[in-house]
Design a binder for this molecule. Sequence first.
Ligand code: FE2
Ligand code: FE2
Length: 270
Amino acid sequence: MSDVHGLKKAKELGIRLGEVGGRIVLENEHVRIWEVKVEPGESIDFHIHYHPYAVVSIEGGENEVETIFGDTRATFEPAGATVFIDGMRPVHRLTNKSDVTYLSRLIELKHITWTPEEAPLPTAETPKPTETPAAAAPALSADAMAAFKEILIQTGDLDWAAKSLAGLSQKMLWRNEETGASIGLVRFEKGAGVPEAHAHASNQFMFCLEGKYRYIPTGTTLTPGCFYWNPKGSVHGPTIAEETSILLEIYDGPHYPVRPSWYTNDEDAH
Ligand SMILES: [Fe+2]
Ligand SMILES: [Fe+2]
């Protein structure tokens, strides 16, 4: 029997699960809204969610999610950030890794109640290992396997969405709202570019499909077939597209530590 949701594991470890939030601020037949408040360095109890839910960050947001299996993942949810979870994640807890209070509202949607044996895993979340040895029969139940979906996007069918930097547009292909990681196509019109030196809050990877895209201070120039990567925190730019350029761009976490000056809205900085 697989244990993708970690309930068996929690029991084996003698961990009593807590609530998904600190206190209920509103409840009716449709929703249950929790306050989640975590002081710097503190953790909330291990818990599991039985309903789909949205989280709206109010304050803080640099946390770590730790599953009962010991996997950890940094989250970045500045005030106003929203996350929606559509499947049953393994038992987990949240630790505030910043020096400010984390405060959010967690809104459970009561019209769906998951049972661990049948619940889907969340979209874009990898199932966690089970106790089954690697050499044994498949570790995931049929239900868990059914949670995997193939998704095909014909990028030619998508429209370019203009961003608030002149000459830049994108086609977002995949995004993990929880971690901020993303994969998208970006297009710089000839003469456009990122106007200032900057650093990213995660590793950035680009594959040039068309054009000629140059990092001005170093002269590093991407042409079709070039793969570029830029480690988290390294300062680079400004840049210029010497020809209209199309790049497949991948971030393994949030794009920027704070919204850069050349964007006029937060959405463009994601
Ligand atoms: Fe949670
Ligand atoms: Fe950059």
